[in-house]
Design a protein around this ligand. Structure first.
Ligand code: CTP
Length: 222
């Protein structure tokens, strides 16, 4: 088999309010970049569509920088076809309905009633592409504050169905995972679930890289 093409999203998106203000989140991009690196090291051809982060591009990875969720969606669609899509980005679910071209001034009356509109759900859109364009393996991440592992699995499986993807990598974000160095994850498919012990994001990325590459070399996945 020739090198599989894998598209990943990573980091936050930022959604401008005006030229100096935006809505965003604390995603550092570390997990997505570590996974892109692990996959490239395992021989994949990797396209990394990244929101604004302060991280170097891993060796051998093609990087596309974007700012907003719409730009991220468009960059992902432009990078198809692919054998796998992995959504690691913390995409802002909402964006301001109006992007002011001039800086909001004075008493900021506008900011007391900021109207928001929903952003595209990139993972769901990729998972629901028609068979000719859909990557064979579509993987999402889920950040959950679950009271225990059973609840985490239940939430992950519900998200798997809702998004229409093949795997969910569920994070328990009760601690300081967003922006932190360590992560503990549960890998959930329709039939199985496997937990990885709490470890650095590099170690987690290596395990996930192995799992993804193994699934891409197995005709029936689950
Ligand atoms: N995702 C995406 N586009 C969005 C929102 C999310 O591609 N507009 C992807 C993320 O990259 C991730 C997964 O979907 O792979 C996360 O799903 P989401 O529903 O946002 O889950 P949480 O962030 O965990 O939040 P919630 O459960 O509150 O919906």
């Amino acid at each position: 088999m020739s090198a599989p093409h894998i598209i990943l999203t990573a980091g936050p998106t930022i959604e401008p309010i005006d030229p100096v203000r935006f809505l965003s989140n604390h995603s550092s991009g570390r997990q997505g970049f570590a996974l892109a690196d692990a996959l490239a090291q395992r021989g994949a051809q990797v396209t990394l569509v990244s929101g604004p982060v302060g991280l170097p591009t891993p060796g051998g990875v093609t990087r596309v920088d974007v700012q907003t969720a719409i730009e991220m969606r468009d960059a992902v669609m432009a990078a198809l076809p692919a054998d796998a899509f992995i959504g690691v980005a913390a995409v802002a679910d909402w964006r301001p309905a109006v992007r002011h071209t001039a800086k909001l001034k004075g008493e900021k009356a506008e900011l007391t009633r900021l109207e928001l509109v929903e952003n595209p759900d990139i993972l769901k859109e990729v998972a629901r592409l028609d068979a000719s364009r859909r990557p064979a393996l579509v993987v999402g991440f889920a950040a959950e504050t679950a009271p225990g592992p059973d609840e985490l699995e239940k939430l992950a499986r519900a998200k798997l169905e809702r998004k229409g993807c093949d795997l969910i990598i569920a994070n328990d974000v009760s601690g300081d995972v967003m922006g932190g160095e360590e992560n503990s994850v549960l890998i959930v498919s329709r039939e199985t679930s496997r937990s990885l012990p709490r470890a650095g994001k590099g170690v987690i990325a290596a395990h996930l890289g192995d799992s993804v590459m193994a699934l891409l070399h197995t005709p029936s996945r689950g």
